[in-house]
Write a protein that binds this ligand. Structure first.
Ligand SMILES: C[S@@+](CC[C@H](N)C(=O)[O-])C[C@H]1O[C@@H](n2cnc3c(N)ncnc32)[C@H](O)[C@@H]1O
Length: 346
């Protein structure tokens, strides 16, 4: 019988290559800073060292902290830094700058990135600033390693500046790498205008981003008793705090698909994430629908916007006893769902 090749999750292990090849050794290094590590991080050759992390993703942060790898102290200097390069160019560059700035002169900086996320052009752009000690290709990506020079190119501070918060066309603070940084997303605007019924009681905004949807609801005159914004990305949440000035607003660095409370909201709203990496993926949105049903009071209502080509209808039927579609646009559909609970269970 033919057995398919066992596929091992390889992304997080790319940085093992220079150690496995003997090109790098942990040597006298004691401390390692992990910048934006991927989920499923495996320390491999770094296991004996003291590791700390810097990430915006609450799921990664909690998994690492539970594994004894705590958040980096601001300003701490380490012997080694590893950057998992973000798919947003500006974010990847700012992370590279942060890595060089946080490593002691002579220390090691390692970049681990997928081709699809632009690792090749990042390495090319870095070469005139600091020559790599080595580059290896692995699993549709590259790992490159560098010794930290004593003096850093001024380009690094430009890279840091590129991701600084700025005010967008709609007057909100946003930054590169977040969802719809330049203006309120048209789907978000459509949803905020479509929501009918009272904007009162306890309201939850799942995947709140930098706060665009909640801000529009407040601008429409919402008077929540409580407005909970849930967001996995710390950068977005920090900006939401600054964009939303309302005494009932509370900001949660949390995974909306793992609700900690049940049946407490009167209104749940979401423009759910529809991309995992580069490709459209409705799985996350479906998890948002399940979560909305779990946290709504029996008489609560859920409103959601989605790209028209993504299928959420079966998930709506699975988690709500009544839902319908409201007029949207050629690109977006609007769902209103009520009576949370599975039909099959009743
Ligand atoms: C399509 S954006 C919408 C942002 C904002 N609500 C708006 O309308 O502009 C989806 C947001 O969900 C966040 N997100 C992704 N997965 C999440 C999860 N499991 N829990 C909470 N937020 C999540 C993303 O970081 C992103 O900010």
């Amino acid at each position: 019988m033919h057995h398919g090749k066992r596929v091992r999750p390889i992304g997080p292990f790319r940085f093992h290559v220079p150690f496995d090849q003997g090109a790098l050794s942990t040597g006298s290094a004691a401390s390692v800073l992990l910048i934006r590590p991927e989920r499923g991080f495996d320390p491999g050759p770094l296991a004996p060292l003291t590791l700390c992390h810097r990430t915006d993703d609450v799921r990664v942060a909690s998994a690492l902290t539970a594994a004894g790898i705590g958040p980096a102290q601001p300003g701490a200097v380490s012997d080694m830094a590893i950057v998992w390069t973000d798919r947003h160019r500006d974010v990847a560059r700012a992370d590279v700058a942060a890595a060089f700035e946080s490593v002691r002169p002579g220390g090691t900086v390692i970049l681990d990135g997928a081709k699809a996320h632009g690792i090749d052009s990042l390495i090319k752009r870095l070469k005139p600033l600091v020559a790599p000690d080595g580059i290896a290709a692995k699993s549709h990506g590259k790992v490159a390693w560098f010794s930290r020079p004593t003096r850093l190119a001024s380009t690094f501070s430009d890279w840091t500046a590129t991701v600084a918060p700025r005010r967008n066309a709609d007057g909100f603070l946003t930054q590169s790498g977040l969802f719809s940084p330049d203006r309120i997303d048209p789907g978000t605007r459509l949803l905020a205008e479509a929501i009918a019924g009272p904007l009162t009681g306890r309201i939850a905004d799942l995947g709140a981003g930098w706060g665009g949807l909640s801000a529009l609801l407040l601008a429409r005159g919402a008077t929540p008793e409580r407005l909970d914004l849930l967001e996995t990305d710390a950068r977005a949440l920090a900006l939401a705090r600054r964009n939303i000035d309302h005494p009932a607003a509370a900001f949660h660095w949390a995974d909306a698909t793992q609700p900690k409370t049940k049946e407490i909201y009167d209104l749940v709203v979401a423009n759910p994430p529809f991309h995992e990496s580069r490709s459209a993926n409705p799985t996350l949105g479906r998890a948002f629908i399940a979560a909305a049903a779990a946290i709504l009071r029996p008489k609560g209502v859920f409103w959601m916007v989605a790209n028209r080509h993504l299928a959420y209808e079966a998930a709506m039927t699975e988690h709500f006893r009544h839902w319908d579609e409201h007029p949207g646009s050629p690109q977006f559909k609007i769902f209103r769902a009520e009576r949370p609970g599975s039909r099959r269970r009743r």
